[in-house]
Design a protein around this ligand. Structure first.
Ligand code: ARG
Length: 464
Protein backbone atom coordinates (compact mmCIF):
# COMPACT_ATOMS: atom_id res chain seq x y z
CA UNK A 1 0.00 0.00 0.00
CA UNK A 2 1.31 3.43 -0.88
CA UNK A 3 2.27 6.00 1.71
CA UNK A 4 -0.60 8.29 0.61
CA UNK A 5 -3.15 5.83 1.89
CA UNK A 6 -1.60 5.74 5.32
CA UNK A 7 -0.68 8.76 7.39
CA UNK A 8 1.71 10.88 5.34
CA UNK A 9 3.99 11.53 8.32
CA UNK A 10 4.90 7.92 8.88
CA UNK A 11 3.41 6.13 5.90
CA UNK A 12 6.67 4.43 5.04
CA UNK A 13 6.52 1.81 7.75
CA UNK A 14 2.82 1.05 7.63
CA UNK A 15 0.98 -1.36 5.39
CA UNK A 16 -2.60 -0.36 6.16
CA UNK A 17 -4.25 2.90 7.09
CA UNK A 18 -5.14 3.54 10.69
CA UNK A 19 -8.62 2.41 11.68
CA UNK A 20 -11.07 5.29 11.35
CA UNK A 21 -12.20 5.13 14.96
CA UNK A 22 -8.63 4.80 16.22
CA UNK A 23 -7.73 7.87 14.20
CA UNK A 24 -10.39 9.85 16.02
CA UNK A 25 -9.62 8.23 19.33
CA UNK A 26 -5.93 9.10 19.21
CA UNK A 27 -6.35 12.55 17.71
CA UNK A 28 -5.88 15.61 19.87
CA UNK A 29 -6.46 18.35 17.33
CA UNK A 30 -9.90 19.23 18.65
CA UNK A 31 -8.33 20.55 21.82
CA UNK A 32 -4.66 21.14 21.04
CA UNK A 33 -5.39 23.45 18.12
CA UNK A 34 -5.55 26.01 20.85
CA UNK A 35 -1.74 25.86 20.91
CA UNK A 36 -1.43 27.02 17.29
CA UNK A 37 0.14 30.40 18.03
CA UNK A 38 2.79 28.94 20.28
CA UNK A 39 3.38 26.07 17.89
CA UNK A 40 4.07 28.53 15.08
CA UNK A 41 6.25 30.65 17.35
CA UNK A 42 8.31 27.58 18.22
CA UNK A 43 8.59 26.56 14.58
CA UNK A 44 9.74 30.01 13.49
CA UNK A 45 12.44 29.97 16.16
CA UNK A 46 13.46 26.46 15.17
CA UNK A 47 13.72 27.39 11.46
CA UNK A 48 15.68 30.53 12.31
CA UNK A 49 18.12 28.46 14.35
CA UNK A 50 18.41 25.78 11.64
CA UNK A 51 19.54 28.44 9.17
CA UNK A 52 22.14 29.78 11.59
CA UNK A 53 23.34 26.24 12.15
CA UNK A 54 23.73 25.81 8.38
CA UNK A 55 20.99 23.19 8.11
CA UNK A 56 18.60 25.37 6.10
CA UNK A 57 19.46 28.00 3.50
CA UNK A 58 18.31 31.55 4.10
CA UNK A 59 15.77 31.17 1.28
CA UNK A 60 14.35 28.02 2.82
CA UNK A 61 14.09 29.66 6.21
CA UNK A 62 12.31 32.66 4.72
CA UNK A 63 9.86 30.48 2.83
CA UNK A 64 9.09 28.54 6.00
CA UNK A 65 8.62 31.61 8.14
CA UNK A 66 6.50 33.31 5.55
CA UNK A 67 4.39 30.18 5.13
CA UNK A 68 3.90 29.82 8.88
CA UNK A 69 2.85 33.44 9.22
CA UNK A 70 0.28 33.00 6.50
CA UNK A 71 -1.02 29.88 8.18
CA UNK A 72 -1.40 31.85 11.39
CA UNK A 73 -3.48 34.41 9.49
CA UNK A 74 -5.60 31.65 7.99
CA UNK A 75 -6.25 30.19 11.41
CA UNK A 76 -7.10 33.55 12.89
CA UNK A 77 -9.43 34.33 10.00
CA UNK A 78 -11.23 31.04 10.69
CA UNK A 79 -10.21 29.72 7.28
CA UNK A 80 -8.01 26.85 8.36
CA UNK A 81 -9.30 23.37 7.72
CA UNK A 82 -8.39 21.37 10.83
CA UNK A 83 -8.15 17.70 9.91
CA UNK A 84 -8.65 14.96 12.45
CA UNK A 85 -6.76 12.53 10.21
CA UNK A 86 -3.72 14.75 10.77
CA UNK A 87 -4.04 14.01 14.48
CA UNK A 88 -2.81 17.12 16.20
CA UNK A 89 -2.03 20.79 15.86
CA UNK A 90 1.59 20.09 14.96
CA UNK A 91 0.91 17.84 11.99
CA UNK A 92 -1.97 19.98 10.77
CA UNK A 93 0.24 23.03 10.57
CA UNK A 94 3.18 21.16 9.09
CA UNK A 95 1.01 19.55 6.41
CA UNK A 96 -0.50 22.89 5.52
CA UNK A 97 2.97 24.40 5.29
CA UNK A 98 3.97 21.78 2.76
CA UNK A 99 0.75 22.43 0.81
CA UNK A 100 1.62 26.07 0.66
CA UNK A 101 5.37 26.14 0.07
CA UNK A 102 6.08 22.70 -1.28
CA UNK A 103 9.00 20.49 -0.45
CA UNK A 104 10.78 23.07 1.72
CA UNK A 105 7.94 22.70 4.22
CA UNK A 106 9.08 19.16 4.86
CA UNK A 107 12.45 20.43 6.06
CA UNK A 108 11.01 22.27 9.07
CA UNK A 109 10.91 19.14 11.19
CA UNK A 110 14.66 18.51 10.78
CA UNK A 111 16.28 17.90 14.16
CA UNK A 112 12.95 18.05 15.96
CA UNK A 113 10.19 15.71 17.07
CA UNK A 114 6.63 16.31 18.09
CA UNK A 115 7.79 15.20 21.51
CA UNK A 116 9.96 18.24 22.11
CA UNK A 117 7.64 20.36 20.02
CA UNK A 118 4.57 19.71 22.16
CA UNK A 119 6.51 20.08 25.40
CA UNK A 120 7.76 23.44 24.14
CA UNK A 121 4.33 24.58 22.99
CA UNK A 122 2.64 23.84 26.30
CA UNK A 123 5.32 25.70 28.21
CA UNK A 124 5.07 28.73 25.94
CA UNK A 125 1.29 28.65 26.22
CA UNK A 126 1.27 28.24 30.00
CA UNK A 127 3.79 31.03 30.43
CA UNK A 128 1.37 33.42 28.71
CA UNK A 129 -1.57 32.14 30.71
CA UNK A 130 0.31 32.65 33.96
CA UNK A 131 1.02 36.24 32.97
CA UNK A 132 -2.66 36.91 32.38
CA UNK A 133 -3.57 35.22 35.67
CA UNK A 134 -0.96 37.22 37.58
CA UNK A 135 -2.42 40.43 36.17
CA UNK A 136 -5.92 39.39 37.28
CA UNK A 137 -4.65 38.63 40.79
CA UNK A 138 -3.13 42.09 40.93
CA UNK A 139 -6.35 43.69 39.72
CA UNK A 140 -8.32 41.86 42.40
CA UNK A 141 -5.79 42.90 45.03
CA UNK A 142 -6.05 46.53 43.97
CA UNK A 143 -9.79 46.30 44.51
CA UNK A 144 -9.30 44.85 47.97
CA UNK A 145 -6.83 47.57 48.93
CA UNK A 146 -9.20 50.32 47.79
CA UNK A 147 -12.08 48.79 49.76
CA UNK A 148 -9.91 48.25 52.83
CA UNK A 149 -8.74 51.84 52.75
CA UNK A 150 -12.28 53.11 52.44
CA UNK A 151 -13.60 50.85 55.19
CA UNK A 152 -10.64 50.87 57.57
CA UNK A 153 -12.89 51.97 60.45
CA UNK A 154 -16.00 49.94 59.72
CA UNK A 155 -16.55 47.45 62.51
CA UNK A 156 -17.90 43.96 62.07
CA UNK A 157 -17.83 40.84 64.20
CA UNK A 158 -14.83 38.62 63.70
CA UNK A 159 -15.62 34.93 63.93
CA UNK A 160 -14.12 31.71 65.09
CA UNK A 161 -16.22 28.57 64.64
CA UNK A 162 -18.57 30.98 62.86
CA UNK A 163 -19.50 32.27 66.32
CA UNK A 164 -18.98 35.92 67.19
CA UNK A 165 -15.50 36.18 68.65
CA UNK A 166 -14.07 39.69 68.72
CA UNK A 167 -14.79 42.87 66.82
CA UNK A 168 -12.63 43.44 63.77
CA UNK A 169 -12.55 46.10 61.14
CA UNK A 170 -13.99 45.32 57.73
CA UNK A 171 -10.79 46.65 56.16
CA UNK A 172 -8.79 44.17 58.20
CA UNK A 173 -11.00 41.32 57.07
CA UNK A 174 -10.59 42.34 53.43
CA UNK A 175 -6.84 42.44 53.86
CA UNK A 176 -6.81 38.82 55.00
CA UNK A 177 -7.85 37.96 51.45
CA UNK A 178 -5.21 40.30 50.13
CA UNK A 179 -2.56 38.31 52.00
CA UNK A 180 -3.80 35.00 50.61
CA UNK A 181 -3.71 36.38 47.10
CA UNK A 182 -0.18 37.70 47.63
CA UNK A 183 0.97 34.18 48.36
CA UNK A 184 -0.93 32.88 45.34
CA UNK A 185 0.85 35.45 43.21
CA UNK A 186 4.21 34.52 44.67
CA UNK A 187 3.58 30.84 44.02
CA UNK A 188 2.67 31.44 40.40
CA UNK A 189 5.68 33.67 39.82
CA UNK A 190 7.86 30.92 41.23
CA UNK A 191 6.10 28.25 39.18
CA UNK A 192 6.58 30.36 36.03
CA UNK A 193 10.36 30.12 36.43
CA UNK A 194 10.22 26.36 36.11
CA UNK A 195 7.68 26.51 33.29
CA UNK A 196 10.08 28.79 31.46
CA UNK A 197 12.76 26.23 30.64
CA UNK A 198 13.19 24.98 27.13
CA UNK A 199 12.74 21.35 26.05
CA UNK A 200 13.15 22.18 22.33
CA UNK A 201 16.20 20.36 20.97
CA UNK A 202 15.47 17.23 22.99
CA UNK A 203 14.03 15.87 19.73
CA UNK A 204 12.29 12.52 20.18
CA UNK A 205 14.15 11.64 23.38
CA UNK A 206 17.91 11.49 22.90
CA UNK A 207 18.73 14.77 21.20
CA UNK A 208 19.61 15.13 17.53
CA UNK A 209 22.58 14.58 15.25
CA UNK A 210 22.20 18.01 13.63
CA UNK A 211 24.43 20.82 14.87
CA UNK A 212 21.55 22.60 16.60
CA UNK A 213 22.27 25.58 18.79
CA UNK A 214 19.77 25.49 21.58
CA UNK A 215 20.89 28.81 23.04
CA UNK A 216 19.59 30.47 19.89
CA UNK A 217 16.06 29.05 20.13
CA UNK A 218 16.16 29.65 23.87
CA UNK A 219 16.87 33.32 23.33
CA UNK A 220 14.38 33.69 20.48
CA UNK A 221 11.60 32.16 22.52
CA UNK A 222 12.41 34.04 25.71
CA UNK A 223 13.09 30.94 27.77
CA UNK A 224 15.12 31.43 30.91
CA UNK A 225 17.26 28.33 30.39
CA UNK A 226 17.78 25.30 28.19
CA UNK A 227 16.57 22.05 29.71
CA UNK A 228 19.56 19.98 30.76
CA UNK A 229 18.39 16.49 29.77
CA UNK A 230 16.54 15.45 26.64
CA UNK A 231 14.76 12.47 28.21
CA UNK A 232 13.43 14.64 30.97
CA UNK A 233 12.63 17.45 28.55
CA UNK A 234 10.18 15.45 26.44
CA UNK A 235 8.55 13.56 29.24
CA UNK A 236 7.99 15.37 32.50
CA UNK A 237 4.89 17.45 33.01
CA UNK A 238 5.76 18.48 36.55
CA UNK A 239 5.50 22.12 35.52
CA UNK A 240 1.86 21.60 34.56
CA UNK A 241 1.19 19.78 37.82
CA UNK A 242 2.88 22.54 39.75
CA UNK A 243 0.72 25.09 38.00
CA UNK A 244 -2.40 23.11 38.89
CA UNK A 245 -1.25 22.91 42.49
CA UNK A 246 -0.76 26.68 42.67
CA UNK A 247 -4.07 27.17 40.83
CA UNK A 248 -5.79 24.82 43.29
CA UNK A 249 -4.57 26.84 46.25
CA UNK A 250 -5.74 30.05 44.61
CA UNK A 251 -9.16 28.50 43.90
CA UNK A 252 -9.32 27.20 47.45
CA UNK A 253 -8.80 30.78 48.62
CA UNK A 254 -11.44 32.06 46.23
CA UNK A 255 -13.83 29.40 47.48
CA UNK A 256 -13.41 30.63 51.06
CA UNK A 257 -13.88 34.18 49.91
CA UNK A 258 -16.99 33.04 47.99
CA UNK A 259 -18.42 31.27 50.99
CA UNK A 260 -18.21 34.43 53.07
CA UNK A 261 -19.84 36.50 50.37
CA UNK A 262 -22.64 33.95 50.13
CA UNK A 263 -23.15 34.07 53.89
CA UNK A 264 -22.94 37.82 54.05
CA UNK A 265 -25.50 38.42 51.33
CA UNK A 266 -28.02 36.14 53.07
CA UNK A 267 -30.96 37.75 54.84
CA UNK A 268 -29.64 36.26 58.09
CA UNK A 269 -26.31 38.09 57.94
CA UNK A 270 -27.20 40.92 55.59
CA UNK A 271 -23.67 42.34 55.95
CA UNK A 272 -23.08 43.37 52.37
CA UNK A 273 -24.82 44.22 49.19
CA UNK A 274 -23.70 42.79 45.86
CA UNK A 275 -24.75 44.79 42.84
CA UNK A 276 -27.51 43.20 40.77
CA UNK A 277 -25.20 42.64 37.81
CA UNK A 278 -23.35 39.93 39.76
CA UNK A 279 -26.51 38.16 40.86
CA UNK A 280 -29.44 36.39 39.30
CA UNK A 281 -33.05 35.90 40.27
CA UNK A 282 -35.22 32.86 40.59
CA UNK A 283 -37.68 31.79 37.91
CA UNK A 284 -40.24 30.93 40.58
CA UNK A 285 -39.51 32.98 43.72
CA UNK A 286 -39.83 36.66 42.85
CA UNK A 287 -38.05 37.89 45.99
CA UNK A 288 -34.81 36.03 45.30
CA UNK A 289 -31.49 37.62 44.49
CA UNK A 290 -28.89 34.89 44.39
CA UNK A 291 -25.14 35.40 44.73
CA UNK A 292 -24.41 33.28 41.68
CA UNK A 293 -20.90 34.48 40.98
CA UNK A 294 -19.46 33.52 44.37
CA UNK A 295 -21.45 30.29 44.41
CA UNK A 296 -20.16 29.32 41.00
CA UNK A 297 -16.57 30.15 41.87
CA UNK A 298 -16.90 28.08 45.03
CA UNK A 299 -18.15 25.20 42.90
CA UNK A 300 -15.55 25.64 40.18
CA UNK A 301 -12.74 25.14 42.65
CA UNK A 302 -13.58 21.42 42.36
CA UNK A 303 -12.67 21.33 38.68
CA UNK A 304 -9.22 22.70 39.38
CA UNK A 305 -8.57 20.29 42.25
CA UNK A 306 -9.71 17.58 39.84
CA UNK A 307 -7.18 18.71 37.24
CA UNK A 308 -4.42 18.50 39.84
CA UNK A 309 -5.41 14.98 40.89
CA UNK A 310 -5.81 13.98 37.26
CA UNK A 311 -2.39 15.20 36.18
CA UNK A 312 -0.63 13.65 39.16
CA UNK A 313 -2.27 10.36 38.30
CA UNK A 314 -1.37 10.78 34.63
CA UNK A 315 2.32 11.26 35.42
CA UNK A 316 2.62 8.71 38.19
CA UNK A 317 4.64 5.66 37.23
CA UNK A 318 5.33 6.77 33.65
CA UNK A 319 8.63 5.36 32.44
CA UNK A 320 10.98 7.66 30.55
CA UNK A 321 10.66 9.21 28.07
CA UNK A 322 7.57 10.45 26.15
CA UNK A 323 4.44 8.32 26.36
CA UNK A 324 1.17 8.95 24.60
CA UNK A 325 -0.42 9.26 28.04
CA UNK A 326 0.94 12.77 28.04
CA UNK A 327 -1.48 13.84 25.36
CA UNK A 328 -4.01 13.75 28.21
CA UNK A 329 -2.21 16.60 29.96
CA UNK A 330 -3.82 19.32 27.91
CA UNK A 331 -7.52 19.30 28.66
CA UNK A 332 -7.18 19.44 32.45
CA UNK A 333 -4.42 22.01 32.20
CA UNK A 334 -6.41 24.21 29.83
CA UNK A 335 -9.48 23.89 31.99
CA UNK A 336 -7.60 24.73 35.19
CA UNK A 337 -6.07 27.84 33.63
CA UNK A 338 -9.39 28.98 32.13
CA UNK A 339 -11.25 28.39 35.36
CA UNK A 340 -8.76 30.25 37.52
CA UNK A 341 -8.49 33.16 35.09
CA UNK A 342 -12.25 33.57 34.74
CA UNK A 343 -12.88 33.22 38.46
CA UNK A 344 -10.29 35.87 39.22
CA UNK A 345 -11.73 38.10 36.57
CA UNK A 346 -15.24 37.82 38.00
CA UNK A 347 -13.92 38.62 41.47
CA UNK A 348 -11.76 41.50 40.30
CA UNK A 349 -14.84 43.00 38.62
CA UNK A 350 -17.10 42.37 41.60
CA UNK A 351 -15.01 43.30 44.63
CA UNK A 352 -14.89 47.06 44.03
CA UNK A 353 -18.70 47.01 43.84
CA UNK A 354 -19.28 45.33 47.23
CA UNK A 355 -21.10 47.61 49.63
CA UNK A 356 -20.91 46.90 53.35
CA UNK A 357 -24.05 47.53 55.40
CA UNK A 358 -22.14 49.37 58.06
CA UNK A 359 -24.93 49.59 60.63
CA UNK A 360 -25.87 45.93 60.36
CA UNK A 361 -22.25 44.86 60.78
CA UNK A 362 -21.82 47.13 63.75
CA UNK A 363 -24.99 45.90 65.41
CA UNK A 364 -23.89 42.29 64.93
CA UNK A 365 -20.53 43.09 66.51
CA UNK A 366 -22.24 44.78 69.42
CA UNK A 367 -24.25 41.68 70.13
CA UNK A 368 -22.58 38.43 71.09
CA UNK A 369 -20.29 39.75 73.86
CA UNK A 370 -17.54 40.41 71.35
CA UNK A 371 -15.64 42.58 73.84
CA UNK A 372 -15.45 39.89 76.53
CA UNK A 373 -11.74 39.35 75.89
CA UNK A 374 -11.21 43.09 76.24
CA UNK A 375 -12.78 42.98 79.71
CA UNK A 376 -10.52 40.09 80.68
CA UNK A 377 -7.47 41.96 79.38
CA UNK A 378 -8.60 45.02 81.36
CA UNK A 379 -8.63 42.99 84.58
CA UNK A 380 -5.20 41.58 83.76
CA UNK A 381 -3.96 45.17 83.54
CA UNK A 382 -5.46 45.68 87.03
CA UNK A 383 -3.16 42.93 88.27
CA UNK A 384 -5.30 39.76 88.20
CA UNK A 385 -4.05 36.53 86.61
CA UNK A 386 -5.58 35.89 83.17
CA UNK A 387 -7.31 32.61 84.13
CA UNK A 388 -9.17 34.32 86.98
CA UNK A 389 -10.15 37.15 84.70
CA UNK A 390 -11.50 34.64 82.19
CA UNK A 391 -13.67 33.16 84.93
CA UNK A 392 -14.90 36.55 86.14
CA UNK A 393 -15.88 37.63 82.64
CA UNK A 394 -17.57 34.27 82.11
CA UNK A 395 -19.88 35.09 85.03
CA UNK A 396 -20.56 38.53 83.63
CA UNK A 397 -21.48 37.04 80.27
CA UNK A 398 -23.78 34.53 81.93
CA UNK A 399 -25.50 37.44 83.70
CA UNK A 400 -25.72 39.28 80.38
CA UNK A 401 -27.36 36.32 78.67
CA UNK A 402 -29.91 36.07 81.50
CA UNK A 403 -30.71 39.80 81.51
CA UNK A 404 -30.40 40.41 77.79
CA UNK A 405 -27.63 42.96 78.21
CA UNK A 406 -24.34 43.27 76.46
CA UNK A 407 -21.28 44.03 78.63
CA UNK A 408 -21.20 47.67 77.57
CA UNK A 409 -24.87 48.05 78.50
CA UNK A 410 -24.35 47.05 82.14
CA UNK A 411 -24.01 49.70 84.80
CA UNK A 412 -20.82 50.02 86.79
CA UNK A 413 -22.56 48.49 89.82
CA UNK A 414 -23.72 45.55 87.81
CA UNK A 415 -20.19 44.96 86.52
CA UNK A 416 -18.66 45.36 89.96
CA UNK A 417 -20.72 42.36 91.18
CA UNK A 418 -18.12 40.27 89.36
CA UNK A 419 -14.97 42.10 90.42
CA UNK A 420 -14.31 45.13 92.57
CA UNK A 421 -11.30 45.84 90.40
CA UNK A 422 -13.67 47.17 87.74
CA UNK A 423 -13.78 50.96 87.64
CA UNK A 424 -15.30 53.76 85.58
CA UNK A 425 -12.51 53.41 83.02
CA UNK A 426 -13.89 49.99 81.94
CA UNK A 427 -16.36 51.51 79.50
CA UNK A 428 -13.62 52.72 77.20
CA UNK A 429 -12.44 49.14 76.66
CA UNK A 430 -15.93 47.73 76.26
CA UNK A 431 -16.75 49.87 73.25
CA UNK A 432 -16.22 48.46 69.82
CA UNK A 433 -13.84 51.26 68.91
CA UNK A 434 -11.88 50.72 72.12
CA UNK A 435 -11.59 47.04 71.31
CA UNK A 436 -10.32 47.39 67.74
CA UNK A 437 -8.10 50.38 68.47
CA UNK A 438 -6.38 48.41 71.23
CA UNK A 439 -5.11 45.82 68.76
CA UNK A 440 -2.56 48.19 67.45
CA UNK A 441 0.42 46.24 66.18
CA UNK A 442 1.53 44.97 62.77
CA UNK A 443 -1.13 42.62 61.48
CA UNK A 444 -3.68 43.77 64.10
CA UNK A 445 -7.19 44.99 63.41
CA UNK A 446 -6.86 48.64 64.53
CA UNK A 447 -7.80 51.11 61.79
CA UNK A 448 -4.34 52.68 61.95
CA UNK A 449 -2.86 49.25 61.28
CA UNK A 450 -5.27 48.67 58.41
CA UNK A 451 -4.12 51.94 56.84
CA UNK A 452 -0.49 50.98 57.31
CA UNK A 453 -1.15 47.59 55.73
CA UNK A 454 -2.83 49.27 52.77
CA UNK A 455 0.31 51.36 52.25
CA UNK A 456 2.48 48.25 52.40
CA UNK A 457 0.12 46.49 50.01
CA UNK A 458 0.27 49.30 47.50
CA UNK A 459 4.07 49.25 47.64
CA UNK A 460 4.03 45.50 47.03
CA UNK A 461 1.82 45.85 43.97
CA UNK A 462 3.94 48.71 42.65
CA UNK A 463 7.00 46.43 42.66
CA UNK A 464 5.38 43.87 40.37
N1 ARG B 1 -0.35 15.13 20.24
C1 ARG B 1 0.77 14.67 20.96
C2 ARG B 1 0.67 15.11 22.43
O1 ARG B 1 -0.14 15.89 22.71
C3 ARG B 1 2.04 15.20 20.38
C4 ARG B 1 3.23 14.35 20.61
C5 ARG B 1 3.04 13.07 19.93
N2 ARG B 1 4.24 12.29 19.91
C6 ARG B 1 4.21 11.02 19.59
N3 ARG B 1 5.33 10.40 19.59
N4 ARG B 1 3.10 10.38 19.29
O2 ARG B 1 1.38 14.66 23.30
Amino acid sequence: MSAEKTNQSWGGRFSEPVDAFVARFTASVDFDKRLYRHDIMGSIAHATMLEQAGVLTAAERDAIIDGLQQIQSEIEAGQFDWRVDLEDVHMNIEARLTDRIGITGKKLHTGRSRNDQVATDIRLWLRDEIDVILAEITRLQEGLLAQAEQHAEVIMPGFTHLQTAQPVTFGHHLLAWFEMLSRDHERLVDCRRRVNRMPLGSAALAGTTYPIQREITCRLLGFEAVGGNSLDGVSDRDFAIEFCAAASLAMMHLSRFSEELVLWTSAQFNFIELPDRFCTGSSIMPQKKNPDVPELVRGKSGRVFGALAGLLTLMKGQPLAYNKDNQEDKEPLFDAADTLRDSLRAFADMVPAIKPRVEVMREAARRGFSTATDLADYLVRKGLPFRDCHEIVGHAVKYGVATGKDLAEMSLDELRQFSDQIGEDVFAVLTLEGSVNARDHIGGTAPTQVRAAVIRGKALLAER
